[in-house]
Each structure stands twice: as C-alpha cells, then as structure tokens.
Design a protein around this ligand. Structure first.
Ligand code: ATP
Length: 368
C-alpha cells in the first residue's frame, strides 16, 4: 500500500509543457483517477511516476523515498495499458508468470502468484490459451493478471478500459475497484472518461494543460467545482449568464438576460457583478404553465429532444436566446414536443455561481 508524492513536477518537450508544476499526494490504499482531456498531461504524469519518463523538474517519492531517477524495475509497480502488451506466442499462464519470474521467485511462489492472479481476474479456464484465441475483455484481464502477479502494491492504469464496449466496461470498472480494494493496492487510473473516473475512484484529479485544477471526491468535484472547466467536464451542465440584482444574508438574486430572476444561496458576490450560473441538466424541470413570473421560473421553447432510455433529454431555447439542456427521469413517455412553449423551473440549491470570466466563457468551456 505505498504512498506516492509528486513534488513540483514539470515535464517540457521543447516548447510543449506537458506537465506544469504538479504537486500531488496519493495516499496508501487510495484509488485515484487522473482525469482530463486529451493532451492535458495525464499519461506523462503516470510515466513519470513509473520511471518511464524523467521529469524536467521536481521529485517523485514512493513511501518517502526519492525515486526520481530510479529505473522502473526498482519501483515495484504494476502497469496496465489500453493496448495490452502481451507476448503473442505465449499462453496466458506464461504471460502472467512473466513478472514473478523476472523477480526471481522460485517455482512454487510463481505458481501461487500466477494462480491467485488468474483467479482474481476470472481466467482460470484460459491458462492454455494463446492471446489470439482471446477476446478484448479477456486480453484486458490478462493484462491485469500480469500486473497483479508481480505482487506490486502500486498499480498504474493508463486508459486500461478504453478498448472495452460500454456495457463490459461498466462491469470491469466495478471489478477493478473491488480487486484494488480487496488487495489493499494503491492505484492511479488515467482516463478521459468522467463517468469512469466517478465510478472508480476515491478521489479524482482534474488536469488541464499540464496543471492540476482540482482534487476531490467525485461528489465534491460534482457539487463544488472550483472553476467553469471542471463544472463542464463532469456531468452535463448549463452556464447561464446574469447580473447580481440583490444580495441578502441568506443568498442572492440574479437577473438573467431575459429579465427572469433566480434566487441562489451564493453570498460571496457583489450586487451588480456579472456572473455565470452553473446549473446541471438534472436540476431543471419543464412545466406547461406559461409566463409564470415567479423566482426560479424561466420561460422558453422546446427546440430539441432525445430519448436516452431512462431519461428524456430536452433542448430549450430561453427568451434570452441561450440554449439549455434539461434531463428528466423517463417515468412516462415524454410530456413535451418540439416548439412547445414551456416554463423551466430551476432548482438552484445545487447551482454554482461563477464570476463571468474576463476573457469570455468560450475558453473555459473548451474541452482542450
Ligand atoms: P491522451 O489522453 O491523448 O494520451 P494525455 O492527457 O495523456 O493525453 P500526454 O500524452 O501526457 O497527455 O501529453 C501531454 C502533452 O505532451 C501533449 O501535448 C503531447 O503531445 C506532449 N507529449 C507527450 N509525450 C511527448 C513526447 N515524447 N515528445 C513530445 N511531446 C510529447
């Protein structure tokens, strides 16, 4: 159950700053996800922890020992990648036994660790199969078994579930987390899939452009994002513009561009400030009542609809011209059709109010 500490880690490739002054502690036995868009520096950070890439600056500590310049083999780490690096001419048993053999274990110990890893990954009926006889999820299990059989207590997963179909992926996420927790491993899991990060991790580290934006439990990031990018990256969000019209001891009122008013709990803002309200699709409800001039009710028109099985997903154009998303549980067939005039009830209790960025919203909503 090792503890990992990155102290002021940066990695430059000529002009590109792949990782920018990253400080991070992953606790013993913790399962963390490194989450962010393509090119944000997740893999480079993982490779620096693994010893496969040297940082330009900073130090890596494993259990308090400086391993910045230690070779990968001295770090006692198991890796699982999206592209299973499995020997094609070896059967499953030999592939999984490779790590323990490298460690110089005797025959009995090798057999024990391989068998345990195969049991954990449900591969005991595949020991004699060659990789070409296995399907994608089975190959991924071999990759995992190989990492587990090494006996390493630190696991690094780099988009390890990326090649799996969504349904299989969901099952695998659940199993992977159970394996990590049962075996008291410390795991760092790179993904660009926010749902996967939330499903799997104790804490999520959100990265963008080489920097860490926020670290927290999935619920902390979801309900209290520090910035517009994080709010947008996790879940499905609306960002509605407004101006603070009133601040009281219990909260504030925000006037939207169409004249409607939202009451929020946010107190730390000044009257007259330009703001953007982050409100998630599932916090909105549609009603047929027209032009209801009450707080937190905003008029609009349905301009789009998708059926998601368990949800109805509507697109609504507000009178301000802003287009928002509304998701409702599909307990019954959809109640609204295209062009319907609606009133959107906005539950602001979980809304987050951000200062309107001086450079506009677009750079903060960009998924790069
Ligand atoms: P992805 O999900 O697409 O793999 P990522 O978040 O893992 O993205 P990295 O692979 O760490 O991002 O890359 C971060 C930045 O560093 C990118 O701009 C990438 O092009 C650059 N980069 C990574 N490795 C190298 C390299 N060996 N040489 C030059 N540039 C590199």
């Amino acid at each position: 159950m090792p503890e990992i500490k990155l102290s002021n880690i940066s990695k430059h490739y000529d002009e590109v700053i792949a990782v920018d002054s990253v400080n991070l502690t992953v606790r013993n036995g913790e399962y963390v996800a490194l989450l962010g868009p393509s090119g944000c520096g997740k893999t480079t950070t993982l490779r620096i922890i693994a010893g496969l890439t040297l940082p330009t600056e900073g130090e890596v500590f494993i259990d308090g020992i400086d391993v910045t310049y230690a070779p990968p083999g001295d770090r006692d780490i198991g890796f699982v990648f999206q592209h299973f690096e499995i020997f094609p001419f070896w059967d499953v048993w030999d592939n999984v036994g490779y790590g323990p053999k490298l460690r110089g274990l005797d025959e009995m110990e090798i057999e024990k660790s391989v068998w345990e890893a195969l049991e954990t990954t449900k591969l005991t009926n595949k020991v004699d199969n060659l990789p070409e006889e296995l399907n994608t999820p089975e190959l991924q299990r071999v990759g995992l078994a190989r990492a587990l059989a090494t006996g390493a207590k630190l696991m690094l997963f780099d988009e390890a579930l990326g090649a799996l179909d969504p349904k299989v992926k969901a099952i695998f996420q659940h199993e992977l987390r159970k394996i990590v927790k049962k075996n008291k491993l410390t795991a760092i899991h790179v993904t660009h899939d926010q749902l996967e990060a939330m499903a799997i991790a104790d804490r999520i580290i959100v990265m963008r452009k080489g920097k860490i934006l926020q670290i927290g439990k999935p619920t902390e990031l979801y309900y209290s994002p520090n910035d517009i990018f994080t709010a947008n990256f996790l879940g499905e969000s609306n960002f509605i513009e407004g101006v603070v019209s009133k601040v009281t001891e219990t909260g504030s009122e925000i006037q939207l561009r169409d004249g409607s008013t939202l009451r929020t709990d946010e107190k730390a803002i000044k009257r007259g400030s330009r703001v953007v309200i982050n409100i998630r699709h599932e916090l909105l409800r549609l009603y047929t009542i027209e032009r209801l001039s009450a707080l937190n009710f905003v008029p609009g028109k349905v301009i789009g609809y998708r059926f998601l099985g368990d949800r109805h997903s509507y697109e609504v154009k507000l009178d301000s011209g802003e287009i928002i998303g509304v998701k409702e549980f599909a307990r019954a067939p959809p109640s609204f059709k295209m062009e319907d005039t609606v009133t959107v009830r906005m539950d602001t209790s979980l809304a987050v109010v951000f200062k309107y960025p001086s450079d506009g919203l677009a750079p903060h909503l960009s998924l790069e």
